[in-house]
Design a protein. Structure first.
Length: 397
């Protein structure tokens, strides 16, 4: 049965706060605290090491992976959890290059999240020296896909502007050129419909602390197209990816499933928070999420255009060309965002001059959007951002 949106009652959002930063860190789902307490006190506390079997800690990465697979259009058994997104990028990229040993180019774009590019640079330093990371403007990606490219590594939604790549089209172009397609879904999973089976991309990775509300540092996921799993030799051959971890064999033998992409011991407490958080998605139709996201985003843009002329839309005007965030450029963006946060409207800032607002229909409605713009207009009209406390740059923006 499809549920109605929003589902505000499922989240613990502080009174007086309009939370528009779920694209960076999702809020606390109401059931998480009790579930994590149970994991700590009953499972870890009472069961001790027996909990690996009695509470199925060992099966958690696959179990949670299957729940995320539903949200990204992937089949059961193709997604596994663990480690950080950076690690998962490294694994998928290394596997991609191994599948195309006669090619030397990793193609990406300037809209990719920096850690993906950093991990590519680090991986290439360990190889033979003639590989190249080629970074182009997002609009030029499709024109640069040719027979020299080994892998096209892209983030589907640009973390700054919300610009949305056409995954189906770019994957098809990549495969026509004989290259491997690797997608980062950090700003897609839980934000818009993703159909990995239909797209037929080879690899996808993503984090779970944004739209999936898994909490700070919640584990990342990796998807491998099922027909490729047996062909991959994991670059990070950790013991949890072994076919029989508790046989303690001296040599690595990968599991015959996507479990081979596991590396180290799973973060049970953090993954338990994510497992409880995913309950908020039960019965939710991703098409309904997308429709609500577009409606709220369009209203937000309209209100800002009419009332806040100091802001310039940085996101695509066409709602079909952006994800579930709205970004604006403005002078003094950092101070403006700090003043907004002080008034209970929480978004964030990305250098050099972008303020971002996540549109998350699980817990936002039109009243929230109008109220947020009311406060934004007041901050700008009365120049509240000029107050000294809002000029001090903090470590996390």
């Amino acid at each position: 049965m499809t549920v109605q949106l929003p589902r505000k009652e499922l989240f613990d959002i502080p009174a007086g706060v309009i939370y528009l930063d779920g694209n960076s860190l999702g809020p606390l789902p109401a059931t998480v605290s009790a579930h994590v307490t149970d994991v700590i006190e009953h499972q870890w506390g009472a069961q001790l090491i027996r909990a690996w079997n009695e509470s199925d800690w060992m099966g958690q990465p696959a179990r949670v992976g299957d729940r995320i697979a539903r949200l990204i259009g992937a089949p059961a058994g193709s997604v596994v959890m663990g480690d950080t997104l950076s690690i998962k990028v490294y694994q998928a990229l290394a596997a991609s290059l191994e599948l195309r040993p006669d090619r030397r180019i990793i193609l990406s774009d300037t809209g990719n999240f920096p850690t993906d590019l950093y991990m590519a640079e680090g991986l290439l330093r360990t190889l033979d020296g003639d590989h190249e990371l080629r970074v182009v403007d997002p609009e030029n990606v499709e024109h640069c896909i040719d027979e020299s490219v080994a892998v096209v590594m892209l983030t589907q939604v640009d973390y700054r502007s919300g610009r949305l790549h056409d995954m189906q089209r770019l994957t098809a172009l990549t495969q026509e050129a004989g290259a491997i397609s690797l997608w980062d879904l950090a700003h897609s999973a839980g934000a818009l419909p993703v159909e990995l089976t239909a797209t037929q991309c080879e690899f996808a990775v993503g984090c779970t602390y944004k739209y999936l509300n898994g909490g700070p540092g919640s584990p990342a996921f990796i998807y491998v197209r099922p027909d490729l799993i047996q062909r991959i030799q994991p670059a990070l051959s950790g013991w949890m990816g072994h076919d029989a971890p508790f046989a303690f064999e001296p040599d690595y033998r990968p599991a015959p499933s996507v479990q081979r992409m596991r590396v180290g011991t799973p973060p049970v407490i953090q993954m338990s928070a994510l497992e409880a958080a995913l309950d908020a998605w039960e019965g939710v139709d991703m098409q309904a999420i997308r429709a609500a996201s577009i409606a709220l985003s369009e209203r937000f843009i309209l209100e800002v255009d009419q009332r806040c002329p100091a802001l310039t839309l940085a996101s695509p005007r066409d709602p079909q060309s952006r994800g579930s965030q709205v970004s604006f450029t403005c002078q003094h963006g950092y101070a403006i965002m700090q003043a907004l946060i002080a008034q209970g409207v929480i978004g964030d800032f990305r250098a050099p001059n972008i303020i971002r607002f996540g549109i998350t229909p699980l817990y936002l409605d039109e009243t929230d959007i109008i109220s947020a713009v009311d406060i934004l207009q007041e901050v700008l009209d009365n120049e509240r951002w000029k107050q000294p406390q809002f000029q001090v740059k903090r470590e996390v923006t």
